[in-house]
Design a protein around this ligand. Structure first.
Ligand code: AR6
Length: 173
């Protein structure tokens, strides 16, 4: 497990992996944050393919090609907006990871990179979101061996340090 979940710091659009995950909104038509960066780097064809998908519900995931990205695929998922500390929001965030990984498995994807879904514009607390992400990724990897590496991509050094600390702790348990 230790060598399968890797924390990295930087811009997810630069990664050379089979798939990157996009923290999208329900329209799937682009936005700010990581979504904006992915659309800019992938080019207009990504938006054209996204239009055909007719949106995506919170917690669900849909796949497109990566176009000008190094990644062959983009998995678009819609995280929950953080409003209060309800368990419902935790469950929706968990579903984003579960459904993205299930889609990756079906597609034969071996390496996948996740941003910290919902922790930007959608305001989900970073530590809480990171624990949910790691729990879901661990559960998936314990039951499936199709995916070789999962990258957790952190934007900024403080997010990187926190994610690394939570991962180390969760691997001790
Ligand atoms: N690479 C990696 N991580 C990034 C990058 C990047 N290039 N850019 C930002 N992050 P956000 P959300 C981090 O707001 O909270 C969009 O407008 C960022 O620091 O991108 O799920 C969508 O269209 C944060 O930790 O996504 C939706 O409307 C994390 O990515 C809405 O924002 C997620 O921040 C989704 O909000």
């Amino acid at each position: 497990m230790k060598d399968k979940i890797i924390v990295v710091e930087g811009d997810i659009t630069k990664l050379d992996v089979d798939a990157i995950v996009n923290a999208a909104n329900r329209s799937l038509l682009g936005g700010g944050g990581v979504d904006g960066a992915i659309h800019r780097a992938a080019g207009r064809e990504l938006l054209e393919e996204c239009r055909k998908l007719k949106g995506c519900e919170t917690g669900e995931a849909k796949i497109t090609k990566g176009y000008n990205l190094k990644a062959k695929w983009v998995i678009h998922t819609v995280g929950p907006v953080w409003r209060d500390s309800s368990v419902q929001e935790d469950e929706f965030l968990a579903r984003c990871y579960r459904n993205s990984l299930a889609l990756a498995k079906v597609q034969g994807i071996k390496t996948i990179a996740f941003p910290a879904i919902s922790t930007g514009a959608y305001n989900f607390p970073m530590d809480r979101a990171t624990k949910i992400a790691i729990k879901e990724i661990k559960n998936f990897l314990l039951k499936n061996n199709s995916i070789e590496k999962v990258f957790l991509v952190c934007f900024g050094i403080s997010a990187y340090k926190m994610t690394q600390r939570i991962l180390e702790k969760s691997l001790e348990d």
